[in-house]
Ligand binder design. Structure first.
Ligand code: ADP
Ligand code: MG
Length: 729
């Protein structure tokens, strides 16, 4: 076993960087060459077909079969020219990954032989055998039909000679079985609700897009070391491993120069991403050793979500060529920073205005304030649901540590904006304002861009921070599909915007002037959502106390957090916005409970196996070595000398014995706890039981294994150590 470890370390250290040339020196020359984007549509479709598709995408209309046939024909010509042999519907089931089933273009002709065929039917819809995808009981196996349907708003692309068509995945009875369906609905409702509110300020706004820029954090680990660690292979995180003497305490990794082999990997995955039209912009070293980040320029939210998932896929694939494995787990290593996926979110109009960016005129700033306070109020009202959207077994290990936001959902807006909101609260009254008061108020509101320009304060401890022209939802975990949090956020804000308009119209109907009505409702929302605003250190203990006083919820259990999906408030929210019905909500929440159970179940089995079949045997070997040594001492030295010389060795033998016994006993107890939990049928109950009775053993057993790691001869320790995993690059 020890040989495996040393071979792994040797292999890791002898890897050479791989450099791949870009197809052209200039990125713009090859950006998007593998995407059937608007430029290619114009080239491969008739003018009429192109305009038809463009309109359907813009207005969110469905594309009829005749038009689909035309698009399919153009898409096929392009794909064949690009060397594609297969096509596939690409979708995001409720697992952690994506799904695709490849079909060759070929079909028999009447006269023998085959031809390449791809019709509107192939493009628009497929019926994968859906029985093996999780649905949380929505779809029973005996009626296992689900189908995928083309999402024309995310362009088709070619990877590995396969034309991939982004699709939604729904059951035969119409319920969403994927992440994309509810997201598209949420994006449609926020579009409508935002346009309606923009009516007050600018009648030229006819469409509002939610925008998203995802900062993706990840770890790299050498593949030879990775494969020598069953815990990494099976669970994506280290279940054992004593902290390395040095890791991130010197802050010498963040933004430092990128190691050669790593930059070889980055350059290559960026080239692949550019070919697929993913606008990657930023790369840097993160805080922990061997932790890095990639961030694109923001895009329309649905496309950004697809691109993020696609990017993760590309990164995993390219990493292997550089003998790396990418870890997207939220907490691969104990004691050092974990990885998140910061969701930078805003709203953009068809007229090119960022609704969360203050403008130069009082009118645009009233618009800005409207969207700002509606977001604040939405986050406040649906704090539990937002938390539910981001919790998972992995993220629970990251959140609430001293490196990532706690489970309390608060919003940081910066002192300047906060001061501005406080002032509005005092200044605006329900009394009729005098013309002078009005002018003064508008002048003040007009000053927002100036105060923001020199407002450089940035708070990195907040789960939801305003960063000058967007919000950044930082609590999202690194491994997940952003669709779930984006569905919740957009639905909640949409709901609030609808209410905002209702509240204003009510005042206008009572004879209040439009501007005053808007100010009054803004003020009302400022007051109602005040408790969610927090400018201080969210990692601190004082905040926990303060938040409790304010009545903000702080739920640390993943299971209890997930329950928020099923609260009356959440059900009403999703139903009123027609984003998800009760059955869909219950289905996907069951999948999440189940996912938690399975993750803990696997982790528990893996640590049990490592303990019994790797650690205990090696500890016994070392103990035997010690005892042989003691025997030798006894034979060589006289009694009193022997007494002196053997003390430390005897102590070691005893310590090892104690750890071995404890590990063995705890593994047995853990197995019993699993057995008891496994008989539970109800998904929530089972997950809760796993959380309460199985999960604690994982940490407990680890403690003793990590102690042994420090005692047992380094020569024979069977697993690559933290210093090897973290510093081999
Ligand atoms: P930082 O680490 O300082 O927060 P980064 O440059 O790493 O910033 O990432 C910021 C992300 O925010 C980028 O993906 C960027 O495109 C995105 N972003 C900027 N403006 C917007 C916007 N209006 N809507 C959505 N995302 C945005
Ligand atoms: Mg950021």
């Amino acid at each position: 076993m020890a040989i495996i470890r040393f071979q792994a370390v040797h292999n890791a250290n002898s890897r050479k960087p791989v450099y791949i040339e870009a197809p052209s020196k200039k990125t713009s020359d090859y950006f998007g060459i593998h995407v059937f984007d608007k430029v290619k549509m114009q080239r491969y479709l008739s003018q009429e077909a192109y305009e038809g598709v463009a309109e359907c995408i813009e207005k969110g209309h469905t594309i009829d079969r005749k038009l689909a046939d035309k698009v399919a024909s153009g898409m096929k010509s392009w794909a064949l020219e690009m060397g594609a042999t297969h096509f596939s519907h690409w979708f995001h089931p409720l697992t952690d990954g994506t799904a695709e089933k490849h079909d060759a273009f070929i079909e028999y002709t009447e006269f023998g032989g085959v031809v390449e065929k791809f019709s509107g039917q192939h493009l628009a819809q497929q019926e994968p055998d859906a029985s093996s995808f999780p649905s949380g009981g929505i779809r029973n196996t005996f009626e296992a039909r689900g189908y995928t349907a083309w999402d024309p708003s995310s362009p088709a692309y070619i990877v590995a000679n396969t034309l991939s068509i982004p699709t939604v995945f729904v059951s035969y009875t119409g319920e969403a079985l994927d992440h994309k369906t509810p997201l598209l609905k949420a994006l449609a409702v926020i579009d409508k609700a935002s346009v309606d509110v923009c009516e007050y300020f600018d009648k030229n706004v006819t469409k509002v897009y939610a925008t998203l820029g995802v900062e993706q954090e990840y770890f790299l680990v050498d593949e030879a070391l990775y494969f020598a660690r069953p815990d990494l292979v099976m669970t994506d995180r280290t279940l054992v491993g004593h902290a390395s003497e040095k890791d991130q305490q010197l802050d010498d990794h963040y933004f430092s120069s990128i190691p050669e082999r790593v930059s070889g990997f980055m350059k290559e995955f960026e080239i692949e991403a550019y070919k697929l039209g993913i606008p990657l912009r930023t790369r840097h070293n993160e805080v922990a050793p061997n932790q890095y980040e990639a961030a694109p320029v923001f895009e329309e939210c649905n496309l950004a979500v697809d691109h993020n998932i696609l990017l993760m896929d590309i990164m995993k694939r390219i990493a292997r060529r550089h003998h790396f494995i990418v870890l997207f787990h939220e907490k691969p290593y104990k004691g050092i920073n974990g990885s998140g996926k910061h969701n930078n979110w805003s709203l953009m109009t068809n007229t090119g205005v960022n609704l969360l960016s203050p403008g130069k005129k009082p009118k645009t700033n009233m618009q800005f304030l409207s969207f700002l306070v509606c977001t604040l109020k939405a986050v406040y009202t649906h704090q539990d649901l937002l938390r539910a959207s981001i919790v998972s077994a992995g993220n629970a290990l990251r959140l609430g540590g001293n490196e990532a936001p706690p489970m309390i959902m608060s919003v940081f807006v910066g002192n300047k904006i906060s001061g501005m909101l406080d002032e509005l609260e005092v200044r605006v009254t329900t009394k009729k304002m005098t013309p002078d008061e009005k002018t003064e108020l508008k002048l003040d509101v007009g000053k927002i861009p100036e105060i923001l320009l020199d407002n450089t304060d940035r708070n990195r401890t907040s789960p939801f921070a305003f960063t000058g022209n967007r919000f950044e939802f930082r609590a999202v975990g690194a491994s997940v599909n952003c669709a779930a949090p984006m569905t919740v956020l957009n639905t909640a804000v949409a709901h609030q915007l609808v209410q905002f308009k209702k509240d204003i119209d009510e005042l206008i109907n009572k004879g209040v002037k439009k501007d005053e009505a808007i100010f009054q409702v803004i003020r009302k929302y400022i007051i109602e959502s005040k408790n969610v605003r927090f400018e201080g250190n969210s990692y601190s203990e004082e905040w926990q106390k303060e938040a409790a006083k304010r009545g903000l919820t702080n739920v640390t259990s993943v299971i209890e957090s997930l329950d928020a999906y099923l609260s009356t408030k959440s059900k009403r929210l999703f139903k009123s916005q027609k984003v998800m019905n009760e059955k869909e909500l219950e289905g996907r929440t069951d999948v999440r409970y189940d996912n938690f159970t399975k993750k803990i179940q696997i982790e528990s089995r893996v640590i049990g196996d490592i303990a019994l079949s790797q650690i205990i045997p090696i500890a016994i070997d070392y103990q035997t070595q010690l005892m042989n040594n003691i025997k030798g001492l006894k034979e060589t030295f006289g009694q009193s000398e022997f007494q002196n010389l053997s003390v430390a060795r005897k102590e070691l033998v005893l310590t090892i014995s104690e750890h071995i016994s404890t590990i063995k006993a705890k593994v047995n107890e853990m197995t019993e706890a699993r057995k008891n939990a496994n008989v539970i049928i109800n998904a929530r109950e089972k997950a809760n039981q796993y959380s309460l009775t199985v999960l604690p053993f994982i940490e407990d057993i680890r403690y003793h294994i990590d102690k042994l790691e420090q005692i047992v001869d380094n020569e024979i320790w069977p697993l690559p150590k933290y210093r090897e995993l973290l510093f081999s690059r």
